[in-house]
Design a binder for this molecule. Structure first.
Ligand SMILES: NC(=O)c1ccc[n+]([C@@H]2O[C@H](COP(=O)([O-])OP(=O)(O)OC[C@H]3O[C@@H](n4cnc5c(N)ncnc54)[C@H](OP(=O)(O)O)[C@@H]3O)[C@@H](O)[C@H]2O)c1
Length: 337
């Protein structure tokens, strides 16, 4: 089969090659990949800044995929040939609290990913893809949508009429907007671009703050919430900006610490965290059961993923370059014709 192979760090070392079609073992599905979507994680893996010591070489990258089951290994009961399934990044984390070794079983590093004509998924780590979505749309769900869903609904326990803060207009943040709005919440969004703020307002965001022209964006968020702060913040920026998220979040509120766009370390001012009694909760996507609960919600509310651009399989390098430039929503690669 054709597969993209990361032979060493750097996008120039991502090459299209030929490898044998894998054979499904006990409990496994062989999936003909329809489409994959890119996440910041995929770019960080190629750049060698995401757990580089764990990246096997060569690696078939990219965790987020959708496709059709074309063969099953012995003992498979959850799916059959012909079913359309999504991958699930934390392939061993099914429910409840995560085990300490969940990252060892992530797709797209260290396990092989979906940037190939076929991939293997264990039946327990696969999810029925939403019938109402195309392959391109469904490919965007496993990390970006599920992270937003888990942060808001499972961790944040978001209630109608509460207020959410999202940062920027990337994949996680746009899904968070769509899910929070469907839940009846108010959403405040930050962005580096007024044009992006206009676009995200069309999805139901009530107020936008440009974090470039307003470096004190947390003060704007406080103004917009009567000095109280938001109920739930999804922090994708990371770095020292976490201090601003603490100030923008209400007393006893929740920060879902999702991302590290500006840095993987933060110098945290402890007194505001103590006085505001903030919960800062690290997020590593979600267990599979959360994915199972999310899909009917997306269906019920008619939520359609926002896709910036779909690339052909042979244009994978351009898709990575697009992600690096910044995208409004998701960058998708169509694998099967
Ligand atoms: N822990 C998890 O489970 C998990 C899951 C998914 C993603 N993540 C992490 O979350 C982050 C975002 O992921 P993504 O896939 O949504 O990324 P993405 O689609 O590449 O989105 C990036 C967007 O974030 C905005 N941004 C960049 N720097 C910012 C800053 N300093 N403040 C506010 N917004 C900023 C920009 O939007 P504007 O151009 O509008 O400013 C940019 O377009 C990444 O670090 C990723 O690794 C973690």
């Amino acid at each position: 089969m054709k597969a993209w192979l990361l032979k060493d760090f750097g996008l120039n070392n991502l090459e299209l090659g030929d490898v044998p079609v894998p054979v499904p073992q006990q409990g496994e599905l062989l999936v003909r990949v329809g489409a994959v979507s890119l996440n910041f994680r995929d770019k960080a893996i190629v750049d060698g800044i995401y757990e580089p010591h764990k990246v096997p070489k060569p690696l078939i990258p990219v965790s987020d995929a959708v496709g059709e089951v074309v063969a099953v290994g012995a003992g498979v009961t959850r799916f059959q040939v012909g079913d359309r399934v999504n991958s699930h990044l934390y392939s061993h984390w099914l429910d409840g609290a995560p085990a300490p070794d969940e990252p060892e079983y992530c797709l797209g590093s260290p396990l092989p990913g979906g940037l190939a004509e076929y991939m293997i998924l264990h039946e327990n780590g696969a999810v029925k893809a939403p019938a109402g979505m195309s392959d391109e749309e469904a490919s965007t769900l496993p990390i970006a949508a599920l992270t937003a869903w888990y942060s808001l609904m499972d961790v944040g326990n978001l209630q109608p009429a509460q207020t959410v803060l999202v940062q920027g207009t990337g994949g996680v943040s746009i899904f968070a907007v769509q899910i929070a709005v469907a839940q009846g919440a108010r959403v405040i969004a930050t962005s580096s671009s007024d044009a992006n703020l206009d676009k995200i307002k069309a999805l139901g965001v009530s107020d936008g703050v440009n974090y470039r022209t307003h470096p004190d964006w947390e003060q704007k968020v406080l103004e917009l919430t009567g000095g109280k702060g938001v109920d739930v913040t999804i922090d994708v920026a990371g770095g020292d900006g976490l201090n601003k998220s603490v100030l923008a979040t209400k007393a006893a509120g929740v920060i879902a610490q999702v991302g590290f766009l500006t840095g993987q370390t933060a110098q945290l001012q402890l007194m505001p965290v103590i006085f505001r009694q903030t919960t800062i909760r690290g997020i590593a996507v979600a267990p599979r059961t959360s994915f199972d609960r999310m899909n009917p919600f997306l269906d019920r509310h008619g939520i359609k993923p926002v896709i910036d651009k779909v690339y052909a399989f042979q244009d994978t390098v351009q898709a990575y370059e697009h992600l690096a430039r910044g995208a409004f929503g998701k960058v998708v690669i169509k694998v099967a014709d």
